[in-house]
Write a protein that binds this ligand. Structure first.
Ligand code: H2B
Length: 107
């Protein structure tokens, strides 16, 4: 069995196959990223969630582009080293989905 390096850029076909496993992430082919937005029930909870996302990012050594404004969180994921999307982006997106589903109230 061969192993695929996790920082190998995925093809559009592989990206399309993996997208349905994520909760409402969008693929922007022009920007070469997947992205998702949430509105939290409070600023404090958003900040607590961000600390957990930082832990997930450090565990994977993979770091999201994060934008926040009050209770709004926007995350873009891409792999700079591969100049595209890799398995790591999907792993991190799935971990973020699980974290938010289990522990936070968002709309
Ligand atoms: N994060 C993201 N999003 N893309 C990368 O290519 C990347 C990263 N590379 N975090 C990592 C760090 C690399 O610079 C270190 C040396 O492993």
């Amino acid at each position: 069995m061969t192993t695929v390096p996790t920082r190998l850029a995925l093809t559009p076909t592989h990206i399309e196959q993996r997208l349905p496993r994520l909760a409402a992430w969008r693929w922007d082919a022009n920007k070469g990223c997947i992205e998702q937005s949430w509105t939290f029930d409070s600023f404090r909870n958003l900040m607590t969630c961000l600390a957990h996302i930082a832990d997930l990012a450090e565990q994977l050594d993979h770091h999201p582009h994060i934008t926040t404004c009050y209770t709004h969180l926007h995350i873009q994921l891409s792999t700079h080293d591969a100049q595209g999307l890799t398995d790591l982006d999907f792993q991190l997106a799935e971990s973020i989905d699980r974290l938010i589903e289990r522990g936070f109230t968002t709309t």
